[in-house]
Design a protein. Structure first.
Length: 87
């Protein structure tokens, strides 16, 4: 938990219910290859970025109910799964 907090990934504004901030987690430097250079890192393209953009544009809030998230994700088309899927 301390690593996540220092990395800006943990939202502990409500200590009884800490939450991981998913977009911040995906973009952690630890998810990139860091060659022996202080000037750049090599990060893979996150194939989920377009999907997350869609979810965020539909939710338009920092929090959502599980039911709303399921509804948005179920209607989400992707390269590998058609929309209107059953979750």
């Amino acid at each position: 938990p301390e690593f996540l907090k220092q990395a800006g990934v943990l939202d502990d504004s409500d200590p009884s219910s800490p939450r991981v901030i998913i977009p911040n987690y995906f973009t952690l430097r630890s998810n990139c290859f860091n060659p022996s250079s202080a000037f750049y890192a090599i990060c893979c393209i996150d194939k989920c970025e377009a999907l997350m953009d869609h979810v965020e544009s539909e939710i338009q809030a920092p929090y959502a109910t599980p039911e709303k998230i399921v509804r948005v994700v179920a209607s989400l088309p992707s390269a590998s799964v058609p929309a209107n899927r059953t979750l």
